[in-house]
Write a protein that binds this ligand. Sequence first.
Ligand SMILES: [Zn+2]
Ligand SMILES: [Zn+2]
Length: 250
Amino acid sequence: MPTIPFFKHATLREIIVTRLCCAADVVVILCCAGYLVARYPEVGLHWSWLIVALLAGYFLADLFSGLVHWVVDTWLDEGMLGRGIAITREHHTHPSHVLLYGFFDQASLGAAPSAVVVGGAATVTALFPASALTYALMIVWFVIATCMLFGMGFHNLAHRPVRPLPLRVAQRLHLVCSPEHHWRHHRDHTIRYCVINGWANYPCDRFRLWSRLERLVTATTGCAPRADDAEWQHKLNGAGIVVGSPRPNG
Ligand SMILES: [Zn+2]
Ligand SMILES: [Zn+2]
């Protein structure tokens, strides 16, 4: 019998929200691209700095994906953000189900925070007179906003059982997050949060960034990290949820 993801059904409101989140991030991407095209003749950034900015953007996009993933896994619950969070919880108990959701369901999780944070940063950058620095920063914002729109797509490539040779080579070269690298997160949900290329996982896990941030958040707010994890594991592993049944708060 084919596997059915638990939260495939979406209400009209949820469908509209996921598309609006993605559209907002696309607007940010297009505005960044427009700035880069329009300002290139006057700034004329040297190609070596273009490469540095692109690599910095690709690293920071990975870090941003990790930050969003950490927040979702550690502090949010379905009551706060509904179906999007439920799908991420399901991914921990049933990893292969993630391949059965549509593009907008997944892209909106990265697109929404990107539209707000990167959109804000790009707006502030554009307010300054154009220079090599503002141009390089805009490249960084452009790369982050683009990668966050496709962030879950990058992640999903690590879950595909069959992958073409060019992708396997790119994953082996760490240009894209590899299955071996990402599966450490599925064995231990407190590490390897970054899912675009995995570059940022090395410093973040080496310096225990996420657990230090958790202690800071707990000390300032009193909230416990992953407070509902056991409850979700119990529900999704079959004890409390029936596939196709209305979900809580649905
Ligand atoms: Zn996770
Ligand atoms: Zn995964």
